[in-house]
Design a binder for this molecule. Structure first.
Ligand SMILES: Cc1cc2nc3c(=O)[nH]c(=O)nc-3n(C[C@H](O)[C@H](O)[C@H](O)COP(=O)(O)O)c2cc1C
Length: 178
C-alpha cells in the first residue's frame, strides 16, 4: 500500500470485531513505531501491549466515560514516555507522536483499525501499570479489526465536533512565501 493510501484510509476506529489480532501483526505494528525518528535519536518511548481482559479492565478504570468504546478493542498499546535516559524536554512528546503515527499507518496497511486515545488520567494509567519512576503512560492506541460500526456513545460525542474526521482546507493551513 502506498503511504498516501495508508494515510487516507486511516481513521479513528472506535468499534472492533471480537477477533484476536495475531501476535506477528502486533509486532509488525510495533516495529513501525520502533523505526520512528526522535530528537537526537533519544527514542524516549516504551510500548506496552495489553491483551488480557483482566489487564484491559485495569486500563479502562483510568479512562473517562467517553472512552468506554475502547473495551471492544482486542489490543491496547500503551505508549509510555521514558525519561529514564536521555530525552528532549522540548520534543519528547512529539517523538511519541511520530511513533504512534508510524504504528497507525502500518496497522492501516495490515487491514487493522486503530485509535489513539489521550483522554485517560495519566497518573492513574501509570499507577495501574505499576510503572517505575521516569516512565509515564501518556496514550493508549487501540488496535483490532474494525467492525465498521460506530458506538452509540460516540454518536452523542460526535455532536461536539471533537471526533470529526474532516480537515481544514490546505489554503487555510499552508502558506507559500514569495
Ligand atoms: C493526542 C490525541 C488524543 C486523542 N484522544 C482521544 C480520546 O481520548 N478518545 C477518542 O475517542 N479519540 C481520541 N483521539 C482521536 C481524535 O478525536 C481524532 O484523531 C480526530 O477526531 C480526527 O479524526 P480521525 O482520527 O478519524 O481522522 C485523539 C487523537 C489524538 C491525536
Amino acid at each position: 500500500m502506498d503511504v498516501i493510501r495508508a494515510i487516507k484510509v486511516r481513521y479513528s476506529c472506535r468499534d472492533y470485531l471480537k477477533k484476536p489480532v495475531p501476535e506477528g501483526l502486533i509486532r509488525d505494528v510495533l516495529e513501525a513505531g520502533r523505526l520512528a525518528p526522535s530528537a537526537r535519536n533519544t527514542q524516549p518511548w516504551k510500548f506496552i501491549v495489553i491483551r488480557s481482559e483482566e489487564k484491559k479492565r485495569g486500563i479502562m478504570k483510568a479512562q473517562p466515560l467517553f472512552n468506554s468504546w475502547m473495551k471492544s478493542a482486542p489490543v491496547f498499546i500503551v505508549v509510555v514516555s521514558d525519561k529514564r535516559g536521555k530525552f528532549s524536554e522540548r520534543y519528547h512528546m512529539v517523538d511519541l507522536g511520530f511513533a504512534v503515527q508510524n504504528m497507525m499507518l502500518r496497522a492501516s496497511e495490515l487491514g487493522l483499525g486503530t485509535c489513539v486515545t489521550g483522554g485517560a488520567r495519566w497518573n492513574n494509567l501509570t499507577k495501574v501499570l505499576g510503572l517505575e519512576r521516569g516512565l509515564k503512560a501518556v496514550m493508549v492506541v487501540t488496535v483490532g479489526y474494525p467492525s465498521g460500526k460506530k458506538p452509540l456513545l460516540f454518536k452523542v460525542a460526535e455532536k461536539t465536533g471533537a471526533y470529526k474526521h474532516d480537515r481544514k482546507p490546505l489554503e487555510e493551513i499552508a502558506e507559500f512565501l514569495k
